[in-house]
Design a protein around this ligand. Structure first.
Ligand code: ATP
Ligand code: MG
Length: 457
């Protein structure tokens, strides 16, 4: 091992102790890594240099270092320092301090914010609920050394520090080697770290999907066993995580990861059950197809919406609930409305889906049954519905689960392109056809009539 790896599981069993930190520093000098200043946000560089000039330690840290090492483009640049938030504030006019319990400095450059955090000892997972659960109010703002700061992070690949003083990467947990091996590895005892913060299980799957990394077996092993701990996580935080899992361009890979590690039932209990009982696999195919097209939209920088995403993710649950209610004798419309409400309500106990997304999600579902109608008034009403476009896209997706929607898709695709008059006349034509087809095919009837006329003549 060229770099050595001091972070053996036994060596870090006691990471919660702030007194002894059994980690060895590995310095990866500039000529042995690929991080170049030209790939770092100029504003982040400004912050780093200013801190350094004032005599403080200044490091780029977390996701940005990891992403740069794998050749990615970080979406934000976080800085870690030994300066206190107040000292940071004194250095930057454009700085505001945020958070009471977990004080952070935000240095604001127009739309870009560089987050500057003081090295901390012990863990804060950002969940906001840790304090209440464990009553450890005091621990969060205990500042620490850079080593303390490294070991409170989740994965080794997230605990690398790029030092502005010599452009080296500082590694306390074996993260550099893990990044090179494209491996997600938790710092410390995996089970203990998941118990501290179950959302780390989702982060493992999400980051592995995003980066194309494998999850190291000891880090992966406890996930299926502990998956149901996710029910203890704050629903608002899970909502944010789900958006990151599925709307960041790697939704399909995220889904496969969640499935593989048994996390789907913890996040979407009813959908997971419906998928399991759908033996043809049609619902799963539709879901995968939907996530794939969402990924393509993200890649093309087209907008994606949480309402559509949740309509997709909860569609299996909706279908199942609808069937149950119809079996109980409810008429379609009533059954649909109740199924939509029921599924939404049940899902809210796990994931806090805000109403501004759950209402459009339900509309996407409820519009589906309207697509088979060719009644003039209904057709126009459907077309002018604010959720028409999303609902139509959803109908197109349903095609991947069942071929029976082809005719509706063709009709509504055409209907969108026609002006009012054109649409009216094609509806008239359709209606005429339908009336004639009522009972017997048109040509036969005509022929019969003609024959009749002829015979009476
Ligand atoms: P991305 O921004 O690409 O989603 P990230 O790793 O930057 O990934 P953030 O949520 O921005 O994720 O977190 C920044 C850093 O904070 C992480 O790299 C990690 O070092 C630390 N961190 C985040 N969440 C946790 C957690 N639950 N437990 C421990 N450390 C965490
Ligand atoms: Mg980040």
């Amino acid at each position: 091992m060229p770099l050595g790896n001091p972070a053996t599981p036994t060596g870090i069993a006691n990471i919660n102790s702030t007194v002894t930190t059994p980690f060895t520093l590995h310095v990866i000098p500039r000529d042995q890594h690929t991080i170049s200043r030209k790939d770092i946000s100029p504003n982040a560089l400004r912050v780093l240099y200013r801190l350094r000039e004032a005599g403080f330690g200044a490091y780029l840290v977390g996701g940005a270092v990891r992403d740069l090492l794998v050749g990615g483009r970080p979406k934000d640049f976080d800085v870690a320092t030994d300066a206190t938030p107040e000292q940071v504030k004194q250095l930057f006019r454009n700085c505001r301090l945020i958070g009471r319990r977990f004080r952070l400095a935000h240095v604001v450059f127009g739309r870009e914010i560089i987050e500057v955090a003081t090295f901390r000892a012990n863990s804060d997972d950002g969940s906001g609920d840790r304090e209440v659960e464990n009553g450890m109010l005091v621990r969060d703002n205990v500042y620490g050394s850079i080593e303390d700061d490294a070991v409170r992070r989740d994965f080794t690949c997230n605990a690398l520090y790029y030092a502005i003083e010599d452009f080296s990467v500082r590694d306390y947990t074996g993260g550099f080697e893990d990044v090179m091996a494209r491996r997600m590895r938790l710092i410390g005892d995996p089970e203990q770290r998941y118990r501290e913060d179950p959302v780390r299980m989702l982060r493992a799957v999400r980051l592995a999907a995003k980066l194309g990394f494998d999850i190291d077996p000891p880090t992966a092993e406890p996930i299926p066993r502990l998956a149901n701990l996710l029910s203890e996580a704050a629903p608002a935080r899970l909502f944010e995580e789900v958006l990151k899992l599925f709307l960041s361009g790697h939704g399909e890979a995220s889904f496969l990861g969640l499935e593989r590690y048994g996390l789907l039932p913890a996040l979407f209990p009813e959908s997971a059950a419906a998928l399991k009982s759908n033996r043809s696999g049609a619902l799963r195919s539709m879901l995968i197809e939907g996530l794939r097209s969402t990924d393509a939209r993200v890649a093309n920088e087209e907008p994606v919406s949480p309402s559509f995403l949740f309509a997709l993710l909860l569609w299996p649950a909706f279908c199942r609930s609808l069937i149950t209610l119809q079996r109980q004798g409810l008429a379609l419309e009533e059954a649909q409305r109740r199924a939509a409400d029921r599924v939404t309500l049940h899902q809210l106990s796990t994931i806090a889906l805000p109403r501004r997304f759950s209402l459009p999600m339900q509309e996407i579902w409820l519009l589906q049954s309207r697509f088979s109608s060719r009644q003039r008034k209904r057709v126009f009403r459907t077309l002018s519905h604010p959720r028409f476009r999303a609902a139509f896209d959803f109908l197109v997706l349903r095609q991947s689960a069942s071929a029976e929607h082809a005719e509706d898709i063709a009709f509504w695709r055409e209907a969108q392109l026609q002006n009012g008059q054109e649409l009216e006349s094609s509806l008239d034509a359709l209606q005429a056809d339908e009336q004639e087809e009522d009972g017997a095919p048109r040509r036969r009837r005509r022929r019969r009539r003609r024959t009749g006329t002829a015979s009476s003549e």
